[in-house]
Design a protein around this ligand. Structure first.
Ligand code: AMP
Length: 186
């Protein structure tokens, strides 16, 4: 059982690292951004509701994200653990996750904080070519990160399960660093 959160600014490599991490722990990778993008391309009611937020690089309202994550975590494949990528992104989301995990009789084992300098983030996002990776939207997302998301670090730092990982290097080296930091869990 491993409950993991991949944390970091947009462009830090969360999605890339999440794929191999979820595979090696054999746990589902739950990316709120991927879930929203799937809803948008499927033109579901959720997709229609959230599209303008993603286009502008703004956060989807907490209650919408929380309802979606609650439903996802309640599925049976999470009983052996889970890897959250892109959630929580606000203090209320982090508090709600605490309550939800308590309800589920589970806990978070580690928050992996990927640290990458801002210029590297911008270069990486510009080369990714996602619809919300234009220069203006990238700037908005970075601002939102500093204002709304970064304060969560203190929320988790108080609990001793936050690990800082220098993510300013190649994918493989970062993967190794994360695996080393989680070695006691596998
Ligand atoms: P990501 O793929 O994680 O970069 O997320 C893409 C976009 O989805 C973000 O810019 C937000 O608009 C939205 N989003 C993803 N996760 C969250 C979240 N936890 N809270 C609010 N909005 C989110």
């Amino acid at each position: 059982m491993a409950g993991l959160i991949l944390f970091g600014p947009p462009g830090a490599g969360k999605g890339t690292q999440a794929v191999s991490l979820a595979e090696s722990f054999n746990i589902p990778h739950i990316s709120t951004g991927d879930l929203f993008r799937a809803a948008i391309s499927g033109q579901t009611p959720l997709g229609l509701k959230v599209q303008s937020y993603l286009d502008k690089g703004q956060l989807v309202p907490d209650q919408v994200v929380i309802d979606m994550v609650r439903e996802r975590l309640m599925q049976s494949d999470t009983s052996g653990g889970w890897l959250l990528d892109g959630f929580p992104r606000t203090i209320p989301q982090a508090q709600t996750l605490d309550n939800l995990l308590q309800e589920m009789n589970q806990n978070c084992d580690r928050v992996i904080n990927l640290q990458v300098p801002e210029q590297t983030l911008i270069t990486r996002m510009l080369s990714r070519g996602r619809k919300d990776d234009t220069e203006a939207v990238i700037q908005d997302r970075l601002q939102v990160y500093h204002r709304e998301t970064a304060p969560i670090l203190d929320f988790y730092r108080d609990r001793n399960y936050l690990v800082d990982i220098d993510g300013d290097t190649t994918v493989d080296v970062v993967t190794e660093r994360i695996k080393t930091a989680l070695a006691d869990l596998s």
